[in-house]
Write a protein that binds this ligand. Structure first.
Ligand code: ZN
Length: 391
């Protein structure tokens, strides 16, 4: 079953399979922005120039991690391991490293030592120090399996010291807050198995949330920490969430639609659309069609042109997300700050569209034009918030 079929299947479960195949072909051919019109979206792109600097966003960083008292319970790790996790987080707090860094440090220590302060059978001095297990990898010791260049044996087996050294190197990785966890961890650790870190990201985020009062849901925007007020596990530790549950029914810049700068997500009319991450609304209005009409309160059609009722949101790291074809005026206003997961509008089929769905775009470098667009499927997957049905 193709990704598109799976997604449509969610919506039309009752349709028999044979009929479905025909229906899918029809839907895929007809969804928004069919055909050759070159500039089918954002007929007035550039008319909303805004200072991308985000002012006035604050977070309440009052929650302090403590290393004593009861630890939260996790099936995967025991009390001592969680106390090491708390030490790693507290060191990050003391150094004023943003919460995203705590998740990266934790996932790294989960991979390197399973959060145990390891001695090494080849390093006799390490066996004489307090330890929670014995490894044998080169001459590495401690939570982060650091080698002699990082400090003395005793220093590397002191959790706060080991974490401090990790953070000091991590914050020097360019754009570390915007890059995938495995890339940042690999830059610091120079591990032989760089892909091994990513699998710990989700649990690391939950442990940080449990130990630090939801701090993993804090994201950094323009140098300021922003609390993600949206509760619930839907929000990944990266601070991102899928805008709605429907899967991808039409892809990014496919052979058939090379200038389709986003993906189409299956959605019936009036499905709630959620901000994919915390940020600030840049644009929320009706995009005129090719004839200059601003009639977004009615259903559109293929080749009509325009994005319909739509919203652009600026996020940490200069990323912008776009949500098109809403059924009515968006629920947010330009300049407004939104939390990850906050409802910004309802799906529809306004503008250049032949049926209800959400057209979703991701842009980088604060570039709202086609040049800044990238494929939302890998982008969202790397942030632990995959667009479902994408396979
Ligand atoms: Zn589309």
């Amino acid at each position: 079953m193709s990704a598109g079929a799976a997604a449509v299947g969610q919506v039309r479960r009752k349709v028999r399979v044979g009929v479905l195949a025909t229906a899918v072909t029809g839907v895929l051919a007809l969804l928004c922005c069919v055909g050759g019109a070159a500039a089918f979206f954002l007929t007035e792109l550039g008319g909303d120039r805004e200072d991308p600097k985000l002012a006035g966003l604050t977070c309440d960083p009052t929650y302090q991690v403590t290393l004593t008292g009861d630890m939260p319970r996790f099936a995967e790790y025991g009390d001592g391991q969680l106390r090491n996790a708390a030490a790693i987080i507290k060191t990050g707090q003391d150094m004023k490293v943003p919460a995203r860094g705590w998740v990266i440090a934790l996932a790294t220590a989960m991979q390197e030592s399973a959060l145990r302060n390891l001695a090494n059978s080849r390093v006799p001095a390490s066996l004489a120090l307090p330890h929670e297990g014995v490894g044998a990898d080169h001459d590495s010791v401690g939570l982060f399996q650091q080698r002699p260049g990082w400090g003395s044996v005793e220093q590397r087996m002191t959790p706060s010291y080991a974490a401090r050294k990790f953070y000091q190197k991590m914050v020097k990785v360019p754009n570390w807050q915007q890059r995938p966890l495995s890339v940042v961890a690999q830059r610091v650790q120079v591990s032989a198995f760089p892909d091994a870190y990513a699998k710990h990201e989700e649990l690391a985020g939950r442990i940080v949330d449990a130990l630090a009062g939801g701090a993993a849901r804090t994201v950094e925007i323009a140098g300021k920490a922003v609390c993600d007020a949206a509760a619930g596990a839907r929000i990944a530790a990266s601070g991102w969430t899928a805008p709605l549950p429907g899967g991808v029914v039409s892809g990014f810049r496919t052979d058939a639609r090379p200038s389709h700068d986003g993906v189409d997500l299956a959605a019936d009319k009036r499905t709630e659309i959620h901000a994919a991450s915390a940020g600030r609304v840049l644009v929320a209005r009706c995009d005129p069609d090719h004839s200059g009409r601003r009639d977004c309160d009615r259903d559109g059609w293929p080749d009509k042109g325009g994005c319909g009722w739509f919203v652009d949101i600026l996020h940490a790291g200069g990323f912008i997300t776009r949500y098109c074809h809403m059924i009515e005026r968006p629920r947010v206003r330009p300049g407004q700050t939104v939390a990850a997961g906050e409802v910004i509008g309802l799906s529809g089929t306004s503008g250049n569209s032949s049926g209800p769905h959400l057209h979703f775009e991701v842009h980088h470098d604060s570039d709202r034009s086609s040049r800044g667009a990238e494929n939302p499927v890998p982008f969202m997957r790397e942030r632990g918030a995959p667009l479902t049905g994408t396979g």
